[in-house]
Design a protein around this ligand. Structure first.
Ligand code: NAG
Ligand code: NAG
Ligand code: NAG
Length: 919
């Protein structure tokens, strides 16, 4: 040993002897008999084993190989108590250890580095820990079954990867924690993995896709965090025959199983799986048991083969119908096809019950009970891409996908949506070129890569959509976007008129990402939360600041409504309550405790300009006085800081434009001619009244079907009058002050901004043409020469014999109708005369139309008496009562309709209050 000293035999021998002696008591090596003796001693009730004599090879349930080394120990189900010695790993020939179903306790011995062991079965005992180094160098082990032991918490060690022969790993109810290691995917032999009833968390490892696992049991994880994420990886596990995932928190859809042909037993119950159950699953040839109860599965209820033992409790998913073989409503199918691209989000699946998306489905707003008009998926934590299938929603006016994590591009299919007005995709991760939308407000700010990948510089001189966007961005400043739309459109119209023939769609406005701090100016989406009109002082007339010596002011004070009330009734300005985008702001539906509905217009901050509160209030006080049965009544307002809110009566049947142009999508009947005539007369009377007001002659400036609202009796009222007076003055001169919408603008107004009552007459003439033809003032779907209704209409009217072709084909034409229509056509022609002085007054129009209405409805009692709110109604008092009531409980829970202390409301107020919509 020590090289420096000579080494006599005796000095060599003694240490060698000692070494040999010592080796018997060291675990490094021992003779099998000694180890077996240790095993026997560790078992308290070893008598029952019948182990006697010195040679373990003669013991019951022990087998040795030819060289007398212990090979197999099988002592299962014998109620044995005690511990297993750590020296078991010193049985070099041991291939099989079966100690299951006993009451062994203490630590389970390590077999690290053992070179022979093939099978270890130790489940259903009371082992208290599992060794961390167990798998190290364990290259021979094929089967390990250790479930149902009260191990102290442990995680599957990464070293399991060295157990390259492992076919079965079964450790259910074994107090396993942590994640399922990715290394399972590299264990090519692994066929059975049972880790049920542990405390595992996290997602399925992606490496499962490369595994040859046949049996995968991960059900019933017990911790606070169960297994989660999607189960898409199963689609690639081609060997799978049995998969139990029940009792976890898996989300997302059941994947395509067409690669997983051998699947027999599937248990997915008690998770949060969403989406349509794929046919590739339902039609698997070898299915025996399927359990799907308590998930959020959507679409039609799947019909499995008769041989399948099925657990799928009725009502425990989100199937559109519980009828086997039943089909879903087309709208449901369409919606599911678009949310598929978002991975069927859980939040939507939870909320979307039944077969009618118009029945309060999250994010979906309908009109006419059937037509999906507004899809609002703002801030829903969505990922994935925007499906081109959104183009299926032909009735959709607004699509809001802002504040999510969407990737990919904006599909060009969306440009085909005929009625789309607004596409808001701000604050996502979209990239690529923005398709060319026509007549759509597209908001894309907050997408760092949007518009990139283009690289093609636009040829000098041409004005394309994106350039327009930049102009917009540059000009915007703090001015409201809606005004800008008008302003830019106006400039473009001018360009077009000067012969820049390239511009077919003058009012495409694209708002590009901006990096300055004035996001608010660009981002039109409603924020909802941060309104701070004082709730305390809102119930009384404001007495701060200079009080003008105008009696209107004091009266107007009683029309002030607190922001808290408006927040309560609009569900905190929720997107679902949006009725429309009217001139200058967003209109929300509100509902009072008694079910009375109101329309709340929240003005864009830029739209009302720099007008001070006092000035604003005096304007509003005038508007609140303008009352006529054919004008939508302004019921009150709220203002504070930059917030300005106007409260209107609600008109339940929505806009004339919907009835006239979108009736198919809304699944409504087309309007009969007599109705159209009555509506025209209603509008004419409302406008006549506006024009005739003493001192304060009002010119509407923006008459169009989307500003004409209908009540339940289909009588019409004009909305949004007078708002132009609130627009900013000064710097922006004509353009910003120009309201109006292309197609309805009188030529002199468009060219010079000169405004007389004849501007409204012109717009009214265009509306008459629309009523006759059922076509929009500007119809992009028409060939160039028919694009502009007025021009086309005049041409059709001039050429004898062609006019009948211009009449809306849905109108039933008899002799009387033809005569009536031709009179109105004549009138429409006069109204749209080139020179203002050639156009008639509204009073003349009212005369012509009322004579026609009388012709049609000679027997009807005076409709005027039957209709409308009571104009003598003491509205301010009514509002006061209402506010006083609201004021006593400003935080009344939503939907509390059980309130009994509702003050008696004036009947007219409640009866006719309602909707607004516009562009
Ligand atoms: C898991 O370990 C914890 C902590 O040691 C223990 O309290 C619990 O009883 C164990 N659970 C099981 C099922 O053995
Ligand atoms: C899954 O659960 C873990 C906690 O175990 C959590 O951190 C993670 O966000 C969850 N993932 C999903 C997709 O819910
Ligand atoms: C958004 O998506 C990207 C790409 O899929 C991902 O890397 C990122 O973590 C996601 N962000 C959030 C907040 O989910």
């Amino acid at each position: 040993m020590e090289a420096e000293h000579p080494c006599p035999f005796s000095t060599l021998f003694i240490p060698l002897f000692l070494c040999l002696l010592l080796s018997f008591s060291l675990p490094v090596h021992s003779d099998d008999a000694a180890v077996m003796e240790l095993l026997k001693q560790g078992i308290i009730n070893s008598d029952s084993l019948g182990w006697s004599g010195p040679d373990p090879c003669t013991w019951k349930n022990v087998k040795c190989d030819r060289s007398k080394q212990v090979q197999v120990i099988q002592i299962k189900g014998m109620n044995l108590q005690g511990t297993l010695p750590k020296e078991l790993r010193d049985l070099p020939a041991l291939t099989q250890l079966e100690v299951q179903q006993n009451q062994f306790t203490g630590p389970f011995p390590s077999f690290a580095g053992h070179g022979s062991i093939l099978i270890i079965i130790a489940h259903n005992n009371r082992f208290t820990s599992f060794p961390a180094d167990f798998f190290t160098g364990m290259t021979t082990l094929q089967s390990l079954t250790i479930g149902d032991n009260p191990f102290s918490p442990w995680t599957i060690p990464e070293s399991i990867v060295s157990a390259t022969s492992l076919k079965t790993f079964s450790a259910s109810s074994a107090n396993l924690t942590g994640k399922i290691p990715e290394v399972f995917g590299t264990m090519v032999s692994l066929g059975e993995l049972k880790l049920a009833m542990n405390k595992l968390e996290g997602e399925l490892p992606q490496t499962f896709a490369r595994s040859s696992i046949q049996t995968l049991w991960l059900n019933g994880q017990q911790g606070n965090n169960k297994l989660n994420g999607t189960i898409v990886v199963l689609a690639d596990m081609a060997s799978l025959t049995s998969v139990w995932l029940h009792g976890n928190q898996f989300t997302g859809p059941i994947p395509d199983f067409s690669m997983v042909k051998k699947l027999q037993d599937v248990s997915f119950r008690d998770n949060q799986l969403t989406g349509i159950v794929p046919a590739s699953f339902v039609n698997l040839p070898n299915l025996r048991t399927v359990s799907l109860t308590n998930n959020l599965l959507q679409g039609p209820r799947p019909t499995f083969g008769v041989n399948v033992d099925l657990d799928m409790k009725p009502g425990s998913n989100r199937f559109c119908t519980e009828n086997s073989g039943g089909t879903c409503d087309g709208r449901v199918n369409d919606l599911l096809s678009v949310v598929e691209a978002f991975g069927y989000p859980k939040t939507l699946a939870e909320d979307w019950r039944g077969n009618d998306p118009c029945n309060k489905w999250k994010g979906i707003t309908c009109t006419g009970e059937v037509a999906i008009e507004y899809v609002d998926f703002q801030n829903m934590g969505l990922s994935g891409t925007i499906s081109p299938k959104f183009s299926l929603f032909t009735s959709m006016l607004r699509l809001v996908l802002s504040d999510n994590n969407l990737t990919g591009t904006i599909p060009s299919e969306l440009t085909k949506l005929p009625n789309l007005e607004l596409l808001d995709v701000s604050n996502n991760n979209l990239h690529g070129k923005i398709p060319s939308f026509i007549n759509v407000l597209v908001i894309t700010n907050g997408n760092p890569d949007i518009g990139k990948e283009s690289g093609e510089p636009s040829p000098p001189g041409s004005v394309d959509g994106s350039k327009v966007g930049k102009i917009v961005g540059a000009v915007v400043g703090s001015v409201g976007v809606l005004l800008l739309v008008v302003a830019v459109g106006f400039c473009l119209l001018r360009l077009k008129q000067k012969g820049s023939g390239k511009l077919r769609s003058p009012h495409t406005v694209v708002i590009h990402p901006r990096h300055s701090g004035d996001q608010d100016a660009v981002k039109i989406t409603v924020a909802g939360g941060n309104v701070n009109c004082g709730a305390n002082d809102a119930f009384s007339p404001r007495r701060n600041g200079p009080v003008p010596g105008d009696i209107h002011f004091v009266e107007a004070g009683s029309m002030v409504i607190s922001i808290q009330v408006l927040k309560n009734v609009t569900n905190n300005f929720s997107g679902a309550n949006i009725l429309g985008w009217g001139g200058f702001g967003t209109v929300y539906k509100g509902e009072l405790h008694d079910g009375t509905k109101i329309a709340v217009k929240r003005m864009e901050s830029g739209a009302v300009g720099e007008k001070g509160q006092t000035e604003f209030m005096s304007e509003i006080s005038v508007l609140t006085k303008v009352r006529h049965r054919h004008l939508v009544a302004l019921l009150g307002y709220c203002l504070d800081g930059k917030e300005r809110l106007l409260v209107y009566e609600y008109m339940p049947q929505g806009t004339l434009s919907k009835r006239l142009f979108n009736w198919r999508e809304a699944r409504l009947k087309p309007l009969e001619w007599t109705r159209r005539l009555t509506i025209a007369l209603d509008v004419a009377r409302g406008v006549e009244y506006l024009h005739g007001l003493a001192h304060q002659s009002f010119i509407h400036r923006d008459l169009k079907p989307s500003n004409i609202l209908l009540g339940d009796d289909m009588r019409a009222k004009v909305s949004d009058f007078g708002l132009v007076r609130l627009a900013p003055e000064g710097n922006f001169s004509v353009e910003t002050r120009l309201a109006g919408t292309f197609g309805y603008l009188a030529p002199e107004y468009a060219e010079t901004g000169r405004v007389t009552t004849k501007v409204d007459v012109y717009s009214f003439g265009v509306i008459l043409m629309e009523l006759i033809t059922g076509r929009k003032a500007l119809d992009d779907s028409q060939p160039e020469e028919c694009l502009h209704l007025v021009t086309w209409f005049r041409r059709m009217h001039l050429i004898k014999g062609t006019f009948q072709k211009a009449i809306d084909p849905t109108i039933e034409l008899d002799e009387e109708a033809v005569a009536s229509i031709s009179t109105v056509a004549e009138l429409a022609g006069h109204c749209t005369a080139r020179e203002p002085y050639q156009r008639p007054d509204m009073s003349h129009i009212v005369n012509v139309l009322s004579s026609l209405v009388e012709l049609w409805k000679p027997a009807e009692p005076d409709a005027e008496d039957m209709y409308g709110i009571d104009l003598d109604l003491p509205l301010p008092q009514a509002l006061k009562k209402w506010q006083a009531f609201e004021g006593t409980s400003p935080f009344l829970p939503k939907g509390d309709s059980a309130q009994t202390s509702i003050p008696t409301r004036p009947s007219g107020f409640a009866k006719s209050l309602t909707s607004e919509d516009g562009r």
